[in-house]
Design a binder for this molecule. Sequence first.
Ligand code: DX5
Ligand code: ZN
Length: 221
Amino acid sequence: MPADLIAPSILSANFAKLGEEVDNVLASGADIVHFDVMDNHYVPNLTIGPLVCEALRKHGVTAPIDVHLMVKPVDRLIPDFAKAGATYITFHPEASEHVDRTLQLIRDSGCKSGLVFNPATPLTYLDYVLEKVDMILLMSVNPGFGGQSFIPTALDKLREVREIIDDSGLDIRLEIDGGVKADNIAEIKAAGADTFVSGSGLFGQGRDSDPNRYDSIVAEM
Ligand code: DX5
Ligand code: ZN
């Protein structure tokens, strides 16, 4: 299994000082920046696009940026995010008309590709495209909002995907997103995840003025 990565979801960061928030959480030991893109169509919320990704790069963020697209249609945003500095681009297969084509488009744009599964989305979408996937992201909440509770059935699904990845012998990351906190991360890891998104578990802990505010939480994870 690849080394564990902590992926802070900036959805719960203070957007008025996003650069500083990202600098602080990375300095505290987090590994990659999880970047939630919502379009008020595929999900009932509206967030950020390629301009903000580009702004983080211009600010000096060199860590991988993990763009989680919760949008429909998917394809037209991919070249823009690639140009804006995305490292990973993941999307929900049911939001794409042609899943294989979208995965190929992500790789052809120079990024790593990934599929995202909502709690009730079947894993059969993996059947014919596994070789084109660099990351599998399991949602442990329904997408659209930070701060929701972890749905426990995600643990069984994680175990299932861990087996699919291990049997394939492919180099694929297994990411979990939604309700991940310091107090449940151990059982989530035991179920097979290697990449842990955490938004409200990290940001917004009421210590906005303390530059070391994320140190102890990241250390616990
Ligand atoms: C939800 C997003 C998540 C969210 C996680 O649609 O994909 O990345 O920010 O937030 P928490 O960790 O608060 O559940
Ligand atoms: Zn996400």
